[in-house]
Design a binder for this molecule. Sequence first.
Ligand code: SF4
Ligand code: SF4
Length: 309
Amino acid sequence: MADVQIDINDSPFQRMPVEPTLLPGDATFQFQCRKGISCWNACCSNIDISLTPYDILRLKKRLGMSSGDFLVQYTLPYEMDKDSIAGVKFKPVDNGTACQFMTPEGCSVYEDRPTACRYYPVALLSMRKQDEYTDTASYAMVKEAHCKGHEEPRPISIEDYRKEQGVDVYDELGRGWRQLVLKKKSSGPTVGTPSKRSLQLFFMACYDLDRFKEFVTSDGFNDAYELADEELQKIQGDEVELMQFAFRFLRQVMFDEQTIPMRADALERRLARKQERETQMAEIVQKLGPLDDIVKPAAEVEDKYRCAD
Ligand code: SF4
Ligand code: SF4
């Protein structure tokens, strides 16, 4: 199949020095990770773990943090491809390589550990046809010398291993994001280089869900998009629904698909609001006199971090 690609770069093991071995879907392998094994915690001592939006949602909820605080404390951004589409990975401990959640007893967020940790030592690979969203899962095995789990005498099928590790829901809820990434990577010149704004929106919508929620409830969003009250309430009240809406929104922003109805008068309303803001600002400046010392630094900060007009 010439137009089918295996995108191993989307696997959580993309920077591993070990070349994974492709496995048939019904493969059985020998592996067990258990407390007391001689290599206990070795895999969590030197991490390179990419996170999906659902991984972040689960972890920030468990830790009772906002997505923004979680991103700052526990993650680092990285570029997934040459057009700067952003990924997020775990930030290790200060001056070290270990996961911040590793303890002598094991993983302190075990029930909410990310997809990559659940799959290890299996790698999930994605195959898709060019310019389509439909992807097919396939698997590979990563054997690293430090991992003694491969020497444990327990045969298990891929399917049973996935069930044991509880990856089904993670795969299901990560699919919308994986498909966006795959489509972006393989769309080539037909889609072109994404704008800075669409890349910023991709980062916010995928990884900073609390900020995306504010965006969806802003006047600017409401001016541009027409969402039924019922749908708005659903995405405001349920973070998983919000995340899935974010993927839908990005299909529109990145690939021009009409996934969310736009208001016919969207542009006029935005221009009117902009004009209103400028008029208000002019009135304030007139009342207060020259504001150079205050306005200039503020404008610089806004220009650096602003997501979009
Ligand atoms: S989240 Fe848990 S399992 Fe994953 S690397 Fe960190 S300590 Fe290890
Ligand atoms: S057996 Fe492998 S996965 Fe389990 S603790 Fe050891 S290195 Fe980590």
